[in-house]
Design a protein around this ligand. Structure first.
Ligand SMILES: [Zn+2]
Length: 181
């Protein structure tokens, strides 16, 4: 186990919101593994909106994060289930750095979506080791997140396309606010 001071340094280095590093292991040629936990003591019930602190079960699962110096980074997260005293349901907490039902961090998805702009899904898949399906899902998630925003004060609009597979005529259209990217 890590010393308290090492754990807080690693927490700072990892820089994920509402997450604390508890342990870290480096496996040569495989990657860096962090054990992290949420710093929140409660979670909001998706059904009735009441916040609960009644822990029901612990559930460890692995999510992929941004690579460090070409090494894979895997986060073992305890995604707790809580019992809601409002409606009696058991629910899983949401973690602010992972989208629902995804096994990678939001910031990894953002980085990959950024790489696809100006490239193709296939070449980013080859470079990162993600599957083309995973990357398509990331693009769809990014699209949905942006659709929630109403563009305001838009002055310069850029239009670009991303080839799903280069040379096969399937494209995503991308609209970019050129001032804010
Ligand atoms: Zn509830």
């Amino acid at each position: 186990m890590l010393l308290q001071s090492q754990a807080s340094q690693l927490t700072e280095l990892l820089g994920l919101p509402e997450a604390k590093v508890e342990d870290m292991t480096i496996i040569d040629g495989v990657g860096v593994f962090f054990v992290i936990r949420s710093t929140r003591r409660d979670a909001e019930c998706p059904r009735c909106g009441k916040r609960s602190r009644h822990l029901h079960t612990n559930n460890g699962y692995d999510i992929e994060d941004l690579p460090w110096n070409d090494q894979s980074v895997v986060l073992r997260v305890n995604r707790r289930q809580f019992w809601c005293e409002g409606c009696g349901e058991v629910f899983s907490e949401e973690l602010v750095f992972v989208n629902k039902r995804r096994l990678y961090t939001k910031r990894l998805a953002n980085q990959i979506v950024g790489q696809v702009l100006g490239s193709s899904i296939r070449s980013v898949a080859a470079r990162t080791g993600m599957s083309e399906d995973q990357i398509e899902t990331m693009l769809k998630d990014a699209g949905e997140a942006y659709l929630l925003e109403t563009p305001e004060g838009l002055k310069y609009l850029g239009i670009d396309e991303i080839a799903v597979v280069k040379g096969q005529g399937k494209y995503y259209g991308v609209l970019v606010n050129l001032e804010t990217h």
